[in-house]
Design a protein around this ligand. Sequence first.
Ligand SMILES: [Zn+2]
Length: 368
Amino acid sequence: MAASTPHPKADTDSAQDRSISLGIDIGGTKIEGVAMDGGKHLLACHRIPTREGNQAVHDDTVTLIRHLLNQMGPNRGPVTVGLGIPGRVDADRGIVDDAVNLGIRHMDLGPAVAKTTGLPVRVENDVNIAALGAASQDGDTLVAPGTTPHSVAARNQARRPASEPGRDGPRALPDQDDHVVVFINLGTGLAAGIIRGGRIEHGASGAIGEIGHIPVDTHQFPCKCGQCGCLETVASGSAVEALWPGIAHPLPDLIAQASRGNQHAQEVQDIIGHGIALAVQIVALTIDPTVIILGGGMSKTGQPLLDLVTEYLNRSAACSHFIASLSLPDRLRLAPADLPIAAIGAALAGRMAADSRPSELIGKEIAS
Ligand SMILES: [Zn+2]
């Protein structure tokens, strides 16, 4: 009989295998959620439109959590939750301030969602969770200079065993390396997330990585922060929209027009290319990361963006042996456009926070 009795440790391992990490990325237009298992496999993904205001954000987040858990079935193990949201985030207390695009002035987001669901909840800034999610990726998903999406896909296909599902099925993420990754978010604004040894760096006031408001540019365009010449005014989605207006996806159009010899396009491309390369140099010279990942909405431009930034980094290297010695293009990568990296990062952040808490806080069932 003793032989058929499961070993207590086997029970623990089994519960860990069945554990579920939910990650929710609360954005200005959509809320995207993922469910991952204990082996960091992506199990489910779902998104809903964003509604503004504290109550709506709370209710929609809880709705998405319940939807994902229903998909997991009744035999799941302990559940953890990570939330990513724009604005100033006090990650230790789960508090959000000034998430302007969501209509939130101040909100006790983490405690409110934890109280409603009975689950352990971690809240992080949206750029930080995207950085954590991107840092969890490897050469199979990050695009390097000189490669094309086709060659990356072909390489992935070649490496993937026939029995392994593709992107739509479960896939394992690599273990965290003990190195430094900087994620430059080229969204409406410009900010960087820093991942050191697999963990998010927060700084003293939460303003770490706000490189978009370093005043460096000679054009002295006014910035919404009140200063002039901020890096964000020449290296962000809003910068491209302001300098190349009237186009739905301005950066791919700008690069295409410049390559066809349009002189004005070349002048604007010069400003943007120089600006993003400057952002890369700033993080390289202040943090000296192993890998620098370009992400955010602008990164969906793909290889042409990587080529543009590489060209401007090479220009700096051509006139400086010091900059050349840093091999910056070798460290540059593009975030995958077809993976919900922010929601994945939120799930990882929620799991890591729960792992450092007393075990009795983990594994409560969601309140119905
Ligand atoms: Zn500024």
